[in-house]
Design a protein around this ligand. Sequence first.
Ligand SMILES: O=P(O)(O)OC[C@H]1O[C@](O)(COP(=O)(O)O)[C@@H](O)[C@@H]1O
Length: 323
Amino acid sequence: MIAEKRADSMQALVLDFLRVTEKAAIEALPWVGSGDKMAADASATNEMRKQLNRIEMQGTIVIGEGEIDEAPMLFIGETLGQASSPEIDIAVDPIEGTTPAVNGQNNSLTVIAAAPKGTLLHAPDMYMKKIAVGPKAKGKINLDAPITETLEAVAEANGKQVRELTVMIQDRPRHREVIEEIRSTGARVNLFQDGDVISSVATCIEQANVDLFYGIGGAPEGVLAAVAVRSLGGEVQAKLMPRNEKEKERCSKMGVDTDRVLQHDDLVSTDECLFIATGITDNLLVGGIETMNGKYAVNSMVVTGTDCEVRYMRSIHSMAPDV
Ligand SMILES: O=P(O)(O)OC[C@H]1O[C@](O)(COP(=O)(O)O)[C@@H](O)[C@@H]1O
């Protein structure tokens, strides 16, 4: 009964949270192609904060961003909203793909995940090793296994030969060895520059034709993606990768184990969760903002965990400033 009530409260907030990502994406739009990452992030972040503060909830930011690259951030622990209940954990990335956005390229969106208090991992903003697969390969992966074994398991689960698999991996020097290993099996490596929320959630979107996401990226992005992937029936596993003693200390203060693989339930422990991504520029999940006749057409992907449904929403916003 209590779980049902909590799920209801998440469902009831879908449109409120949708407004948050839509408005943040619109605020980011003038910075597309500007070359100014800080200004773009600040604009989207401030709008997110403003819109989150309008919602009837007591929200707490458990996943913010910005410590690694000193971007403006919604602070971990910051509380937002108009009421004392429901109590909600919120994970945000005001711009996922800041670099492509300010370079005027595809692959940027604004993203939020929400779930009842205490159900999202409180992960520090540092690197995390991650693996994600779609529903068919759920239960067949192990982050600690050699990549060749993982590819064989995913191929069998997806009814393909290893050489028919597509693996999304971020184009970074830290992945050079594993990229070579994957290529040596004949599997197709799809290198992307930025946006690992996009690439990991794509494993659950049939038309995207992505079999596996693998590699080291931001921990906040790992938790955000885990919410969508869980709701879409896939699986994420992860391991925090502290780079020095200070980062290790931060993990232990936050009570996160850095020695073991975090299973999907460690990242998000409930189905009563919500994931919304609004396109800034076009990407694998959702189209970017279009401007037309004094209005913005804004495209979002809304994933709700209780009913495991994905909705593609298109809203028309006036260009008149919001008050
Ligand atoms: O650029 P780095 O240091 O390799 O960081 C990787 C992270 O950067 C991103 O590509 C983009 O992140 P932001 O746009 O949010 O800064 C993430 O998707 C990824 O997890």
